[in-house]
Design a protein around this ligand. Structure first.
Ligand code: ZN
Length: 189
């Protein structure tokens, strides 16, 4: 049995020589030496006398139905609000797989008739929403805990503060409306 380095390897670690092994997945050969091409665990196939590295990377979280997600409004269309999802609640310290875009349809904003999405959301608002379809990443803010948690003034870009059921600009005093979450402005996500 040929000697190999420790089981766990990072890219560039020497694993063995091409005289001992065939270089397979997750490895590369350079001048007769085999090195790890990824982070993972070395696997030896004794029959074939080959070596590979099985990746052991931390899989980034993927939003599921029922997950609460935090994102930023990237576009407001006539019947849908697009949100760049940044975090999944409960896994705040982990970046999600790829920046994914969710959509809140006008019928999933709140338990009331919505005439115009511009009264419920603003461009670049931070939103807390629930995933109601994981495949299409359809989101809902139809709950008192859900909706906009941070917003900026559409005129001067200063932070909007809560004033009753409306929002007031801390810079210019402009009043705006949003579908806000109960704890708007608390800094909690
Ligand atoms: Zn303002």
């Amino acid at each position: 049995m040929p000697k190999i380095k420790d089981n766990f390897v990072i890219p560039g670690d020497f694993i063995g020589t091409s005289e001992e092994f065939l270089s397979r997945n997750g490895t590369y050969e350079d001048k007769g030496n085999i090195y790890a091409a990824c982070t993972g665990v070395v696997k030896i196939d004794t029959k074939e006398r080959s070596v590979s590295v099985v990746p052991q990377t931390d899989t980034p979280p993927v939003p599921k139905v029922g997950d609460i997600v935090i994102g930023r409004v990237s576009d407001i269309k006539s019947s849908v609000v697009l949100v760049d999802i940044a975090r999944i609640k409960g896994q705040e310290d982990r970046e999600i797989a790829t920046p994914e875009q969710g959509a809140i349809h006008i019928s999933n904003i709140k338990d009331a008739y919505v005439k115009e999405l511009g009264y419920e959301f603003g461009f670049r608002d931070i939103v807390r929403a629930k995933v109601i379809d994981a495949k299409t990443l359809r989101l809902s803010t139809d709950h008192k805990d859900l909706g906009v948690i941070k917003a900026i003034c559409s005129r001067c870009r200063a932070t909007l503060r809560r004033k009753g059921d409306k929002l007031e600009c801390s810079g210019c005093g402009r009043i705006e409306t949003r579908k806000i979450a109960d704890d708007y402005g608390s800094g909690m996500i």
